[in-house]
Design a protein around this ligand. Sequence first.
Ligand code: 3PG
Length: 307
Amino acid sequence: MKKILVATEKPFAKAAVESIRQIIEKSGCEMALLENYTLKSDLLQAVKDADAIIIRSDIVDKDVIEAAGKLKIVVRAGAGYDNIDLESATKSGVVAMNTPGQNSNAVAELAIGMMVYAARNLFNGTSGSELRGKKLGLHAFGYVGKAVATIAKGFGMDIYAFDPFVDKAVIEAEGIKCLASAEELYSTCQYVSLHMPANAQTKKSINYDLLSRMPKGATLVNTARKEVVDEESLEKMFTDRVDFKYVSDVEPDRKAALMESFSGRFYTTPKKIGAQTSEANNNAGIAAAKQIIAFFESGDKTFQVNK
Ligand code: 3PG
């Protein structure tokens, strides 16, 4: 009997775990659960006899892959797979997948909520501003960027996007203005929301050159990855521009220093909560379980990311 390990340092909602269990057991596999773990050694122990693993932001590095002698597939229940060492997975013949789009609405709702929070001065009671009529720049236009655009339209925002990997026609079909460069996006938009993955090209790419172009009342929203923002630039931007706000769902390394100096203009959630809704847990968790079963039953590799 194949063993599918659900290893989530940040657990899914209980109902989602039960749905995942039902899918796994119905297909004749066995489910093992490792939740709330804090030690890597616990994960290394748990993966030993696993044929498949479902993870969230859990780190699946070379050690984990090597400790998992029977592993055939790892599915990241979510979008970003920067937490998986793809090279090690490929070397060990392990298929890595994600579940694109499954948690995007949850993240998009949080991004908009954070914009409101910033516009209302972090709910401190002083007179804030509205989102209606403001220019919103979507930096990357994948599932989350698109979902943010859908909600932002309801707020009456004026929406722009820049994504070098998405056709202009796809962006314009959504009624969104497509810009040709990141520089243009930051020069145009008071609100910029980040939706790119963390990779060699994007890490530290949100720098002072881009940020300092933003118009008065600049607000940067990060529900993507902390690594894409250059933190020295962030600090300089806070210092140079008293109008600048940064609201983030991914804790910066310099969180303590930023909190101390710029607490009125900086907010970060204590844990990455963008995808932490029962709906998103269900969607992503169930998709991950189904993808594993389809892979075992018919070799389906539709969502493989280490090709
Ligand atoms: C993702 O990449 O899907 C999101 O960042 C959500 O991550 P999480 O599953 O760790 O909450």
